[in-house]
Design a binder for this molecule. Sequence first.
Ligand SMILES: *Cc1c(COP(=O)(O)O)cnc(C)c1O
Length: 475
Amino acid sequence: MKYLSTRGHTERKRFCEILLEGLAPDGGLYLPESYPQVDPTTLARWRKVYQDAGYADLAFEVLSLYIDDIPADDLLVICRKTYTEEVFGSKAIVPLTQLQPGLYLEALSNGPTLAFKDMAMQLLGNLFEYELARRGEELNILGATSGDTGSAAEYAMRGKKGVRVFMTSPFGRMSPFQQAQMFSLMDENIFNIAVDGVFDDCQDMVKAVSNDLEFKRKYRIGTVNSINWARLMAQVVYYFAGYFQSTTSNAQQVSFAVPSGNFGNVCAGHVARMMGLPIAQLVVATNENDVLDEFFRTGVYRVRASADTHETSSPSMDISKASNFERFVFDLLGRDGARTQDLFDAQLRQHGRFDLSGDAAFAQAVTRYGFISGKSTHADRLATIRQTFSDSGVLVDTHTADGLKVAREHLQAGVPMIVLETALPIKFAQTIVEALGREPDRPARFEGIEALPKRVTRMAADVGQIKSYISEHCR
Ligand SMILES: *Cc1c(COP(=O)(O)O)cnc(C)c1O
């Protein structure tokens, strides 16, 4: 299996090369040269693998099709070490709950940080440790977070050999629960940096460090952001697991509704569908930041200025530009790298938008690729949380509520709809209290975490300071 860039670069790379890399050299995103096809016999075998051997072995089957430069025995060990009942809280790993006939919730957020990002990040931690040891190299991950990504990365990399994490976050702006989750980690390879500023200041510092190529090389700076192909690939697995749990035969189709921000999660659904998983519709749900809903309704992709990005009660979907979207557009345009380059580089830079409404390819987003979309507001979230709780006794978080609201608008008779649950309500307790007048339940392991000692360094939004901090802590 070789990987190519969405912007047409001629070089082809293998999995372990792109694992530790971010963007392709031409600024594009990596994708496999072609999607491996899962025929009916294989799909039937995988159904049994998931039922009999479990999620880790299913993950091994899927990943084996994309990774041919790690020996199979080692890859199986990595999968089994990652997806354990101990870490993810159940034998099914991603158990399904029926909300009403034909409507299901797939739980992706029972990992260490209670958000679906753990599903991929936990695997990434083990892949990084394996590959760095094999090369005898080290990596210093530098990131900016407003919540979920940073904590998922830290819990995946804590205690891992060869990896350090330097995570910036805006001082005083994360919820007390999120701060406690990150800052209570005492592992020597985890460094929390609270920056006097907002999230964009953190992001700017990270960019400035990454643009200093000499510093970047000298200190082996890397990232774990959502454009990493390995994260996307790991997410493909739970689409298969959701399918197997909601159907009894491979003749059946299902649909998925996905709360979306950077288009990473739902892009994994697209990949699963391209591999042959019988998916009828992929429902993209956005909040008030509706860049993606606008595209699927109109064919116009219009990025927003960060000042025009709404702060909402589903904050992990507050994006102005969907960083994984380029992968889907590349496929939509028949894998035309030159055209993708023109849209995402020239057009976006010059006009902040591109328009595919007049293009025959755009109609295929729905007809050939099964995409459909909708949006949800704060009032919708409150109503959905209340209704779901009173109808089925299930408490959903604000992001999942966005997915559920839009899913209900696209139900089709005879096709199960699976809503991906992307976080547990405890992470966004304030809105749950607003909706229901009570606090959500807290898993026992998080009792009292706000009172734990904290390990965090406060810093001005200053590139020089963070550089010297990194160099001091890399021996
Ligand atoms: C990251 C995140 C999302 C958005 O996922 P994308 O892959 O960026 O589309 C949705 N919900 C929660 C809770 C998240 O943490």
